[in-house]
Design a protein around this ligand. Sequence first.
Ligand code: FES
Length: 262
Amino acid sequence: MSTPLGPLHVTGEVLATKTVGAHRHLTLVAPGIGERSRPGSFVAVSTGEARLARRALWIHRVRPMGGHRATLDVVVEPRGSGSRWLAGLAPGAAVDVTGPLGRPFALPREPARCLLVGEGYAAAPLLALAERLRQRACPVHLVLCAPDESRLLDVLEARRSVAQVDVVTGDPQAAIAAAVASADVVYSAGSVPTLRACADAAAAAGVSCQVALERHLTCATGLCSGCPVPLLHHEEDGGPRVVRDCVDGPVFRAGLVDWESL
Ligand code: FES
């Protein structure tokens, strides 16, 4: 029987928490969601009764824990009231979770040299992606970058599981340009400037590039049109179009994105 892929809405529970650098890691029990997720999927999580908006969080890892078959690890960088509320949750707290949402990364059909570039907490989906790529015999080179050391994500774990890891604090553009030279495929998750640096370097090198684009999400389910992403060429008719990040993305082929208008 095939695995159902549609999103679920569940009342979940915080199973464990830890602080690593500037980030708060939450492990959530959200039955059924982990089993359906793919690298690049995200969840929308409630941020308390007084706030209607939910936070979109990358699914960092899916693993068995505490007798649960597929818990979700998510990473929160406390910046606004909603993310601070989430970061303050203790084990046992209830949270509403909807997911998995969005279009995940597409995997190469044949073994290919893959460059993964992840910036800060947004690097969260890339370790799971690296694992999938290794299963397909794809050599993986991971570049983890952040404005400072406290916002680098999981460097030690990455070095345990990925053969080639570069760590960059500060501007990653030079490292990206150098690494793209020996890649067949580029995957990136991070800020718009970093995604664009990957897109530009990949275009110059003539290699394909997928970017996980993080926009401010209100409904996260395609209803409010509050997460516009301008495309130069839509896959269906080739014309320019504005699409929704939460349902048409968050992963896009970099060459389709109208970076100037974003
Ligand atoms: S956040 Fe509402 S349509 Fe995307």
